[in-house]
Ligand binder design. Sequence first.
Ligand code: ADP
Ligand code: MG
Length: 323
Amino acid sequence: SEILLEELDHVGPATAQKLNDAGYNSVEAVAVASPSELVATAEIGESTAAKIISAARSAADIGGFETGDFVMQRRMEVGKLRTGCEEFDELMGGGIETQSITEMYGEFGSGKTQIAHQLAVNTQLPRDMGGLDGSVIIIDTENTFRPERIEQMVAGLSQKFEQDFDPAEFLKNIHVARAYNSNHQILLVDAAMEMANNLKNTDKPVRLVIVDSLTAHFRAEYVGRGTLADRQQKLNKHLHDLQRFGDLNNASVIVTNQVMSKPDAFFGDPTRPIGGHILGHTATFRLYIRKSKGDKRIVKLVDSPCLPDGEAVACITTDGLCD
Ligand code: ADP
Ligand code: MG
């Protein structure tokens, strides 16, 4: 897990605090700093600064290069989680991929949480039914997880597959944690990693992690221009952790991001999340969800690295997501 600045040689609590205050809040940030920058910000001598930078460079998780065949090997293990709606699956090239972050953004009430619930159910299905035969972790920041909704959706699946699925079994494989603020939310990914390690060799390894909402705490806590860089840095780290979780566990990562429609915006693409590109290009798949007539929802795939942009119509009913 993440190395704290305090853990580096030559960095005491006071120096760590000064570095943090100056925006050097990761080992990587220190690793790429110059000694003179640190001398100025942390009030330390030039030689100490050099030693700290060198310690940070050895500690930083820089990763490395891997050959294409190795990347191919990992890609071959990518699973596809079916949504319950065929058009939606087709849009995604067969389903929601593992080892990727899929962002769902849209207005309040557009159906992000509903879709997340459905995926939490579907993940547990065997692969030949479109699932990943796995369990689920939900980081719930808005207290919108509803076990009753899971029960309804499992009942929907029982009907669809003409089988008696036990809702209680499905609920047992969903691990929910409330996140009370953005830092807590970030730390919960570490806890999720631990839980995933514990379940790794069971018959229900973790195959889906949901962060609903990814951005709400960050938006609420980082208000004002001066704090935007901080927010971005924290969010980037958070997303990086989530991507790593997905890679290491061959799991899908679903994050939601509430955006507001802006009827007075004549410029730019209305399907772009406003409030800035808060997620940058860290999410692999970006889905813009909007309400249509009745129980219909329009799901639009935006800027995928490997799939054509397009739209699908899905329905949200009491039984769950369907065509
Ligand atoms: P978001 O997370 O994007 O803010 P939600 O996923 O909470 O939005 O979507 C809420 C909508 O989902 C409701 O307005 C309703 O249309 C639909 N919905 C919620 N529960 C049910 C249900 N039990 N049966 C049918 N539709 C439902
Ligand atoms: Mg929601």
